[in-house]
Ligand binder design. Sequence first.
Ligand SMILES: NC(=O)c1ccc[n+]([C@@H]2O[C@H](COP(=O)([O-])OP(=O)(O)OC[C@H]3O[C@@H](n4cnc5c(N)ncnc54)[C@H](OP(=O)(O)O)[C@@H]3O)[C@@H](O)[C@H]2O)c1
Length: 216
Amino acid sequence: MKIAFVGGTGPEGIGLAMRMARAGHSIAIGSRSTERGEEGAAKVREVVPAAAASGGDNLTVVAGADVVFLTFPYSGQQTTLAALGSALDGKVVCNVAAPLEFKQGVGAVALSVEGNSALQEAIAQLPGARIVSAFQNLSAEELQQLDHPIEADVLVCGRDAEAKEIVIGLANQIEGVRGIDAGGPSQSRYVEMLTSLLINLNRKHKTQTAIRIVGI
Ligand SMILES: NC(=O)c1ccc[n+]([C@@H]2O[C@H](COP(=O)([O-])OP(=O)(O)OC[C@H]3O[C@@H](n4cnc5c(N)ncnc54)[C@H](OP(=O)(O)O)[C@@H]3O)[C@@H](O)[C@H]2O)c1
């Protein structure tokens, strides 16, 4: 598959791109700057020498992709999706955003967003795209340590069953990771909010946490 990462120059996008490249997919790192996108692709090739990895501006990388990951901060969601507009129509899109802020003395605090979740807001804004959410609970640090096994479940939410299956399949290609269908768009809020808890646990216990659901 050809997988593009909008805002793929940050640690989460690069980590996911490394994992996807290692699984044999062609990856394209997107950025607001063509140059930064190309630098991001070079980073992936450094760690995964066999990677088919290119980079460019967000709109260009989206154009050639089968699947698009949104790996930029929630604060930029509205404007970035508006700029991409119909370029995402018909594409399987995976939103990784966890709306949160950092407060002095408290740590990460999950934000309540107007549309209930980042996913629901994205779907409402771009109804022609096949948007699901996933990977919000998987840390960039873990993703980038390719020799380090990840033990985690990835909860996938959305209304498009086929898009969810595709993203679950991608999650399952990361060694140690299991993708789980976590239900409709309204469930994404809980998954997005969990990220703040995990960040605070990481700080408290000086580790990298992830989630495992038992009973499934
Ligand atoms: N870091 C983690 O461990 C982690 C874990 C789980 C989920 N997430 C989620 O994954 C997403 C990416 O995380 P990250 O830590 O990689 O983020 P980041 O480093 O803050 O941002 C990633 C990239 O997004 C672009 N960007 C920044 N602000 C933007 C804006 N206002 N509008 C459009 N693009 C913007 C930048 O790329 P250019 O300047 O090159 O355009 C930046 O390099 C976030 O939504 C986060 O909640 C992160």
